[in-house]
Ligand binder design. Structure first.
Ligand code: ATR
Length: 295
């Protein structure tokens, strides 16, 4: 007599089992617009270098449809996502667990889906600091640092910067109240103050960051050139725009080293990748592949 356990499993069951055991892990970057995102290229290079079985795609969500788009991605087996403009605040709200960086900044740039939990992280600031201190070999400890801008990019950068122990961080912004509010958030973590651009006349800094979105419009923040006189590094957080008006001005005023945000982009991606996959990729080749010459 043939009992049930002697029967070979049906072909469909075998295929389902194979799919279950071999299914490629799904990741994406969500934003609107999203066509410009370099994240799929970065993460596919990381995945190849680290031998990770994962797929990574772009996901454009409607401006009023972030939650529904994430719900659908999770239902389809999504394991994690990067989040870019304009959804970083939505991602913070969507999460069930928020890192201290997310709580402080009020915005998330990476999510991880684990069962019913949605974990949120913000690696922008830590990526910037890693690029500056490790790749560009410029310590921030003991330095006088100027940060232009007080929007989302500046908010993400301030606390990781203060953790490096700079002598002082000065936040300058067109809308001075926003600079004041940001400096107040940072004050418990280090020496930080705010000012208007005009107050920077005649003041010098060791490192100057452009955290405004001015370079996207090929504009120059109204910063006096004196800030670059003793500057060892002028860093524009925008990437892929070559010599922006900010970098050109810094160069002409004598800044020793110039950098754009390509390293920051790749380093925040490496942090997200390590968080999702448990293996930290090397960023050297990816930064090389994405670098647009500063000319
Ligand atoms: P992001 O997420 O890129 O930081 P955001 O939150 O909209 O974008 O903030 C944009 C920042 O760039 C702000 O600090 C803005 O200054 P205001 O708050 O005064 O508007 C700054 N910014 C944009 N264009 C600028 C320009 N041409 N010159 C100086 N600052 C500029």
């Amino acid at each position: 007599m043939i009992t049930a356990h002697w029967l070979p499993p049906s072909t469909a069951t075998v295929q389902e089992k194979a799919r279950e055991t071999r299914m490629t892990d799904q990741y994406c970057v969500i934003g609107n617009p999203i066509a410009q995102s370099k994240s799929p290229l970065i993460h596919s290079m990381f995945a190849r270098a680290c031998a990770q079985d994962m797929a990574y795609k772009r996901l454009e969500a409607p401006l009023d449809g972030f939650n529904a788009a994430v719900d659908a991605f999770v239902r389809s087996g999504g394991k994690g996502m990067n989040v870019t403009a304009p959804f970083k605040l939505n991602a913070c709200d969507y999460a069930t667990e928020r890192s201290s960086a997310v709580k402080l900044v009020g915005a998330a740039n990476a999510l991880k889906f684990e069962g019913t939990q949605v974990l949120a992280e913000n690696f922008d600031g830590i990526g910037l600091v890693r690029d500056v201190t490790h790749n560009l070999k410029t310590a921030l400890a003991g330095k006088r640092v100027l940060m232009l801008g007080a929007g989302g990019a500046a908010r993400g950068a301030l606390l990781p910067m203060l953790e490096q122990g700079p002598k002082e961080v000065v936040v300058a912004n067109r809308t001075v109240q926003k600079a004041y509010d940001l400096a107040s958030i940072g004050a418990p973590y280090g020496r930080v103050r705010s000012c208007a651009y005009a107050e920077l006349e005649g003041v010098t800094f060791d490192v100057v960051f452009n955290a405004t979105s001015s370079s996207l419009k090929a504009e120059l923040p109204p910063v006096p050139v004196s800030v670059f006189e003793n500057c060892v590094l002028a860093y524009d957080m925008t990437y892929g725009k070559g010599l922006t008006p900010f970098l050109k001005t810094a160069q002409a005023a004598g800044a020793v080293q110039l950098a754009d945000g390509v390293g920051m982009l790749c380093e925040q991606a490496a942090h997200a990748f390590a968080w999702w996959r448990g293996v930290r990729p090397d960023t050297t080749e990816v930064i090389k592949a994405l670098t647009v010459p500063l000319v």
